[in-house]
Ligand binder design. Structure first.
Ligand code: GTQ
Ligand code: FE2
Length: 350
């Protein structure tokens, strides 16, 4: 018969041997695995637009483009997960500056990127041989492993915000990055071809759904703005997000990327949404207006030019208290959660 003491000694010995053999009892891990709700280390956070712009413009003076690792880009780093260099655990958000005459060289990588244009005229991104002209409010896509470079052919600084699924790609150990060896990639496609081909609800009749290797790459602000206004005219809105639209792949109707979705939402004057939470996380950019969000009981004020990180499973609602419209652009990891059958959403009583 084992006494209590000898049992304890035997257990110690067992655990010591298991540790040596790199084996763990599930019961030793506790709530690491048996969690009743997701453990989220990322925190809600607001980056002020004026701070980001000041830092970025100063970097424009001090950091030559060629020294800036190909792109003069600053990352928004969530204080809860600084080692991730990311805004949420799955989403990288950055802000990029291109001075007049600058060209950021051609490269490609497995992380997919989206760029929402904020200010300046004359910029373009060439994606897979297609020059996409970028004006404020436009969204430009860079799919996985598509060659891309950026240029500023205008006479003023240009700033846009980048969203990438970098953290997820790193987690999956699937990061590949490659410079273009021979100067800039050639521009083999007509400029803005994909948006001329696909924008709107009419599809070229000989292009079958689901099969095009070239998705739409540019979503023009005029189209986005009109779509928001049309929906608002119908008075149709989400109780959680007010007038919310998703940028879709026009051939499939699905998300723009396998692990990244993009949204634009109009918060009408006076709106106070209901609260919900979901397993997807998001990063918002305040394109127009001002207001606040209540996230897990805390108020986060935001105004035009700011960024806001929303961690996974955080209860949140949005308020536009003023007389002006507020417009939020956001990126989300929703497609990744859906693909893995991990998307959950629930209303949160107030
Ligand atoms: O502009 O190609 O924010 O490669 C991060 C990685 C931007 C880009 C980022 C990139 C780019
Ligand atoms: Fe890139």
């Amino acid at each position: 018969m084992l006494t209590e003491e000898t049992t304890a000694q035997a257990l110690d010995a067992l655990y010591a041997e298991m540790a040596r053999l790199r084996i763990q009892g599930l019961w030793q891990l506790g709530d690491e695995i048996q969690a009743t709700r997701p453990k989220v280390r990322a925190v809600p956070y607001v980056w002020r637009g004026e701070d980001v712009r000041r830092v970025l413009l100063r970097a424009g003076e001090l950091v030559k483009h060629s020294e800036a690792a190909e792109r003069r880009t600053v990352r928004l780093v969530n204080p809860g997960i600084p080692e991730s260099h990311s805004a949420t655990h799955t989403l990288a958000a950055a802000v990029q500056l291109l001075l007049p005459g600058e060209v950021a060289p051609t490269h490609r990588h497995t992380p997919a990127a989206v760029r929402f244009m904020l200010q300046g005229h004359g910029a373009y991104t060439t994606v897979a041989g297609e020059r996409c002209h970028m004006r404020p409010g436009d969204l430009v896509l860079t799919p996985r492993m598509a060659w891309h470079h950026h240029g500023n052919a205008g006479d003023e600084p240009v700033i846009w915000t980048d969203g990438l699924d970098f953290p997820l790609v790193i987690l999956l150990n699937a990061t590949f990055w490659e410079p273009y060896r021979d100067g800039l990639q050639p521009e083999t496609e007509p400029a803005d071809a994909s948006t001329l081909r696909y924008a709107g609800t009419l599809r070229p009749g000989w292009r079958r759904p689901y099969t095009s290797p070239r998705p739409m790459l540019i979503y023009r602000w005029e189209d986005t703005d009109a779509a928001l206004r049309n929906l608002a005219r119908l008075d149709e809105a989400s109780p959680y997000d007010d007038v919310l639209l998703e940028y879709t792949n026009p051939l499939t109707g699905g998300h723009v990327f396998p692990a990244l979705a993009c949204f634009i939402q109009l918060l009408r004057p006076g709106v106070h949404t209901r609260a919900h939470r979901h397993t997807s996380s998001a990063v918002y950019h305040v394109f127009r207006g001002a207001g606040y969000s209540i996230i897990d009981g805390q108020r986060y004020d935001w105004a035009e030019g700011d960024w806001l990180a929303l961690p996974a499973w955080a209860a949140h609602l949005h308020v536009n208290p003023g007389p002006e419209e507020a417009i939020l652009y956001s990126i989300s990891d929703l497609p990744a959660l859906e693909a893995l059958d991990l998307y959950r959403e629930e209303a949160v009583p107030q």
